[in-house]
Each structure stands twice: as C-alpha cells, then as structure tokens.
Ligand binder design. Structure first.
Ligand code: ARG
Length: 464
C-alpha cells in the first residue's frame, strides 16, 4: 500500500504511477533529504514530540540508508514516487513503527522546498569555486598580455588599439559580476522552509530555529503558504546561470573567431579541438562551439521554470515537481562548461605576431589623429572631419596614416608637425589611454591588482 493509501480503495493505474513518479530525476536529492530528515528528527526528539531514543534510532537508520544508497544496495522505485517517500519507505522497512514517526509535523511540500534549497546552496558554492578558478586564470593571462597590443573592435570593425590583457580583463569583470550574483542569490536561498508543512504550518510544538541552526540556514521562512509554493529562488539560480553562460558563450565565440585561419590570433590546443571524419586537414574548436551551443539549453531551462510558475495558484501544486529538471540541468551545464573552458583557455597559444600584423589596415589611430589636431587648437568636429579626409586619402592611395609624408599631412592641415609620427604609434596611442578602466599598461596593472584583491577576499564575504 502507498504511504498515503488509507482513503483509497483502488491501486494507482500503472501508467499513472509511472507518469506521476519523479524518482528518476529527484534521486539526486537523497543526500540533502537525509540531512534534512536527520535535523527534523533531532528537533522532534528535543521538543518532546517523539522520544529521544526514537529520534536516535531514526537518525542511525537514515545514515545506514545513505550508505546503502551510495553503494547501490538500496532500491528506489516508482511505486514510492519520489526520493522523499522512497527514503521514508526504506526507513520503515528498516526500523518499523519508529520509522513511521519521522513524518510528524512535516509534509513533502516543505520537505522538497528544503531539499532543493540545500542542494542549490551547495551547487552555488561549487559554481563559485569554479568561477574563482577561472578568474585566477584570467588574471594570470591578462598579466602575461599587458603588452600585447591588439586591435579593439566595434561592429566587428577595427576601432582603436587595446591590449589582449585589457580584453581578458573585460571578461574578468563579467565573471566577477556573475560571482556577485550567485553570492546574492545565496542570501535568499539560505532560508529554511521546514515547519510550513503542507501549507498551513503545524499544531505540534516544533522549533524551526533549531532545525535552521542544525542545517546552517541563516533564517527561517516567514509565511507557510509562500514557503511551499514559490520557486523564485530556483528561477534566480537559473537566471544567474544564464548570465554566466552568456558570458562564457561570448568568450567562446571570440576564441572561435580568433582561432580561424583568417584571424590566427590564437591556436586552440589539439587536446581541446577535434578533427573531421572527411576533411583530413581540419581542426575544429568543437569544445568552444559546444559551450556556445549549450548556452541555449540553460536559457531554455529559465523559460521552462518561469513558464511552469506563471499561472500557479497558491499554494503547492504538482506542477512544481517539474522544477527539478531545469534546475539540475542549468547547474550541471554551467559546471561542466566552466570546467572544460578553464583548461581549454589555459592550453591555447596566442600568436602575437599575427595580432601585431593585424594592427595595420584599420586606421586604429584615426581618433588619435583627430585628438592630435584638437591638442593643436582645432575643435573636435573639425579635427574629426580632417582626420576623416586623411583616412579617405589613405584608402585611395593604399597607405597607412603613419606612411603619409609631411607634405601630404600638411596638405590637410598646416597644424601637423613631425612629432605626429610618434604620436600615432599604436603603443603610444595606448599609453595615452590612461583614464580609470582604460587600456594603458598602468591601468591594466591596477585592474589586475584590484582583481586579485577581490578574488583573495571573495570567499570570506560569502556566508557558508
Ligand atoms: N515529488 C514532489 C515534488 O517534487 C514532492 C512533493 C509532493 N507533494 C505533494 N503534495 N504531492 O514536488
């Protein structure tokens, strides 16, 4: 008979039982379910709701069940529907009558909300560790490439000179904000729902704070209806994953472009590339492409859960059982993508010569030429127009600005003098870009220093 079978006079149809069951998905909550149940049992014992020796017996049996689940000797099945009832059933099989007392002052509705919050707390810590590792690598790579001058782009057109170090640090900033978002998400995740029971709390003299303390929650939920029925914390978690994936995906897209023969800025390591089954010459950046592709799944996960939630009346509805797959998938995808991205980035080689060669041909110093004329007293708009004329002339004559003779320069503006040649060198253009957050050596060094500071102290700032 089902654990809830008292009022039923028929068995569940087999197809309904299979359809209703979630054990194949939620079995991975076993660890947190058992931790939650142990804390609940301790509290029931301490509050005199069950005997303390009964509580001890339940806790020991739950520990045994955990080991059995981990070694694969315990059976989980659709008949018991989900991880919560499977474990309760195993408990009753193991210790009989005493096992039947565990579910006093509890419902699966607050139990599943608890398990998911505990699972996601751990998931956030794992993701934060991976993001930290990625950030450390980016700081190292940025330092290595403080002096690697490269074209910066807007509209995929050469714009102004930057450095590869500055470019990498742009991603450092993005992932830093992602870390902040996960940390923020953790605050709202860290609220203990147990005691809300089905939806209306309980008549037993429970101690919710005690359970929260045992399970290291910083707060307890304030409304029993809300606690069993909202999944905003899970949506927020997926939301954090979507932004992290979006950043990873953009980075991958750039690496894919830079890895092309046309760009040749980088070469992906053989260990993170694959060949073609027909074209012998091919070496494809599959890993980066797959990360870009998997970003779509995580966006899908977000819309999946948002859509599940949008029309649900309070409080618990079985629709909520569908929350696990998107949540698990978003976390799994995020972790696997960062885990492979880190060694891929570490192993790729940078082809400085190709980057340097590519500084030519895009008039990266045209803005500087305008600035030069402004320094000589011309209003910016007039300086812009004059520099534009010079670019036009260069295009027609197949020259770089720096290749114009002094006579040619002066035919456009008599303000131009010899020092213009020095002024227009890419590395000189860069060194003048010395405002906070800019690409000059000094500013990038500063940014790396701040970045290290942030990473070194980040762990202390999160509530474990
Ligand atoms: N497997 C269920 C879920 O994940 C657990 C809660 C079931 N509660 C209920 N009243 N049927 O949502």
């Amino acid at each position: 008979m089902k654990l809830w079978g008292g009022r039923f006079s028929k068995n569940t149809a087999l197809e309904a039982e299979d359809f209703n069951a979630s054990i194949s998905v939620d079995s991975r909550l076993y660890f947190h379910d058992i931790e939650g149940s142990k804390a609940h049992a301790i509290m029931l014992g301490k509050c005199g709701i069950i005997d303390t020796d009964e509580a001890a017996k339940i806790i020991n049996a739950l520990e045994e069940i955990r080991l059995e689940l981990e070694s694969g000797s315990a059976n989980l099945n659709n008949d018991a529907e989900d991880i919560h009832m499977n474990i309760e059933k195993l408990l009753i099989e193991k210790i009989g009558e005493t096992g039947k007392k565990l579910h006093t002052a509890r419902s699966r509705n607050d139990q599943v909300a608890l398990d998911l919050r505990m699972y996601l707390r751990d998931e956030i810590h794992k993701i934060l560790e991976l993001l930290t590792e990625l950030e450390v690598l980016l700081l190292d790579k940025s330092k290595e490439h403080i002096g690697t001058v490269m074209p910066g782009y807007t509209h995929m057109q050469k714009a102004q000179p930057v450095t590869l170090g500055h470019h990498f640090m742009a991603y450092f900033e993005m992932f830093k904000r992602d870390m902040g978002r996960f940390k923020d998400c953790l605050k709202r995740m860290n609220v203990m729902p147990l005691g809300s029971c089905a939806l209306a709390g309980t008549t037993y003299p429970i101690d919710r704070k005690m359970v929260a303390d045992i399970l290291r929650f910083s707060d307890i939920s304030q409304n029993s209806i809300d606690a069993v029925s909202d999944r905003d914390f899970a949506i927020e978690f997926i939301g954090c994953c979507t932004l992290g994936m979006m950043h990873l995906s953009r980075f991958c897209e750039e690496l894919i472009i830079w890895n092309t023969g046309e760009f040749g800025y980088i070469e992906m390591d053989d260990a993170y590339s694959t060949g073609s089954s027909i074209m012998p010459q091919k070496k494809n950046p599959d890993i980066a492409e797959l990360i870009r592709g998997k970003t779509g799944r995580v966006y899908g996960d977000l819309f999946n859960l948002l859509t599940i939630m949008k029309g649900l009346p309070l409080s618990y509805n079985k629709d909520l059982q569908e929350d696990k797959e998107p949540v698990f998938d978003a976390g799994d995808t995020m972790k696997s993508c960062i885990s492979v991205f880190i060694p891929m980035l570490a192993a790729m080689t940078v082809n400085k010569e190709n980057i340097l060669n590519n500084l030519k041909g895009g008039f990266l110093n045209a803005t500087d030429l305008a600035d030069y004329l402004v320094n000589k007293g011309l209003p910016f708009r007039d300086a812009h127009a004059a520099a534009g004329e010079m670019v036009k002339y260069c295009i027609a004559n197949n020259k770089e600005l720096i290749q114009l003779s002094m006579d040619e320069f002066r035919s456009f503006s008599c303000l131009i003098e010899d020092e213009v040649y020095e002024f227009l060198k890419p590395e000189v253009c860069l060194s003048r870009r010395d405002t906070e957050g800019g690409p000059s050596d000094q500013r990038v060094k500063e940014a790396i220093l701040h970045g290290r500071e942030f990473i070194n102290h980040f762990a202390e700032t999160i509530n474990k």
